[in-house]
Design a protein around this ligand. Structure first.
Ligand code: HEC
Ligand code: HEC
Ligand code: HEC
Ligand code: HEC
Ligand code: HEC
Length: 244
């Protein structure tokens, strides 16, 4: 891995090698030290050049996340929408609003809007949106209720511990593929309804017809079903799964 040593100021890859070395020699304590998040950015909420509201657009107007973040389910990275996409509506709706002045300028100049990036994983960790979305992990698991935010903030830590917690028990997060962008959606708690959603019968899910489940139990039953059906096996103890 020669490229690891090129980034002079970034010692993290070196740390990973050290921890791997520590693992090999059985010094587990060192690993736990590194597993503990040193910092979290939860709550980071920079002010944006335009007061764009997800609560209005994704919530009230109910525009699907993927209409604007169109690469979330097809590419490694998600993306922000072009000014063209906003102007599709805003040449008609609120077309003279002063709040939209930076949008009109960015459109006219072709330079776009200088949005401030909020979420960022460090270069030494590999993350891919589409694998998660296509296995039925909802945006809400990693970004919270964006559809209720006037101004987006970082809702989850996105630290290594956070990633691993889900990778060790993905059944707590898997849902139907057509519900990944429906952030408020929950598994039905009525056994028959749950079974019919999954195209099966209550007894095949080890439930009794008429059973009323807790929301946690309903999610677990549904998640276990999808885990087997989709052959889900996220990397956890395999460091190279995320540090490539
Ligand atoms: C009408 C277009 C539009 C829709 C619909 C939309 N977004 Fe966004 N999204 C944006 C824009 C513009 C930004 C950048 C400005 C901001 O942060 O508010 C953004 C930013 C974000 C960010 C922060 C990106 C970063 O910098 O880290 C997340 C996360 C996000 N959106 C998630 C969602 C989710 C989840 C949904 C669906 C519930 C959604 N968005 C629906 C336009 C949209
Ligand atoms: C599908 C149509 C649609 C798209 C696409 C869209 N908007 Fe909107 N937007 C609206 C509507 C409708 C309103 C008015 C909501 C209201 O008044 O309650 C609005 C309101 C706004 C406002 C508030 C304006 C004011 O003066 O109160 C801002 C700012 C805004 N949008 C920015 C954006 C940006 C930036 C994008 C692109 C990322 C975008 N919109 C994409 C339909 C859209
Ligand atoms: C398993 C966790 C996870 C899920 C699920 C998830 N995201 Fe993200 N998202 C992240 C991480 C981590 C980043 C930072 C990415 C980076 O630095 O490469 C991010 C960044 C973003 C960004 C900023 C642009 C980028 O790629 O850096 C947008 C926009 C975004 N996510 C939207 C969404 C939308 C919309 C969904 C649902 C369709 C979604 N995300 C689902 C973890 C997730
Ligand atoms: C809420 C659950 C959840 C969270 C949180 C989560 N993941 Fe995943 N991850 C999954 C699932 C499900 C898969 C799919 C496994 C499969 O297809 O077998 C996956 C797969 C992966 C893969 C393998 C994809 C491939 O291309 O081989 C990587 C790498 C990964 N996740 C990295 C991350 C990172 C980094 C984070 C934290 C920023 C994270 N994940 C957070 C559920 C999650
Ligand atoms: C599910 C994905 C995933 C797996 C598997 C994983 N890591 Fe990480 N790791 C991450 C992410 C994401 C970060 C960055 C977290 C942050 O910025 O807080 C990270 C950060 C680190 C760091 C840097 C901590 C620091 O000081 O900033 C070290 C060292 C590390 N991991 C070692 C390991 C080792 C050793 C293993 C195997 C036992 C491993 N990782 C497995 C996702 C993963």
């Amino acid at each position: 891995m020669p490229q690891i040593f090129q980034r002079g100021a970034n010692l993290v890859p070196l740390k990973i090698l050290l921890v791997l070395g520590a693992l090999a020699t059985g010094a587990v304590g060192a690993v736990w030290y590194y597993f503990t998040p040193e910092y979290t950015k939860v709550g980071y909420q920079p002010s944006q050049p335009i007061p764009f509201s997800h609560k209005v657009h994704a919530g009230q107007l109910n525009i699907d996340c993927r209409f604007c973040h169109s690469f979330a389910d097809s590419g490694a990275h998600s993306n922000l929408p072009s000014t063209q996409l906003c102007m599709g509506c805003h040449t008609q709706v609120q077309k003279d609003s002063p709040k939209l002045e930076p949008l009109r300028q960015g459109w006219a100049s072709g330079k776009g809007v200088p949005w401030v990036q909020i979420h960022k994983t460090p270069d030494h960790a590999y993350f891919n949106h589409s694998v998660h979305i296509n296995r039925g992990v909802s945006c809400v698991e990693c970004h919270g209720r964006v559809d209720q935010m006037d101004v987006v903030y970082q809702a989850k830590s996105l630290t290594m511990n956070f990633c691993l917690e889900c990778h060790r028990a993905p059944e707590n997060a898997l849902r139907p593929l057509d519900k990944v962008t429906d952030l408020g959606w929950k598994a039905p708690t009525q056994a028959d309804e749950l079974a019919s959603l999954l195209g099966t019968t209550p007894d095949k899910l080890k439930l009794k017809a008429g059973d009323q489940l807790t929301p946690g139990k309903a999610q677990k039953v549904m998640g276990e079903h999808f885990k087997v059906q989709r052959g889900v096996l996220p990397p956890d103890s395999n460091c190279a799964g995320c540090h490539r």
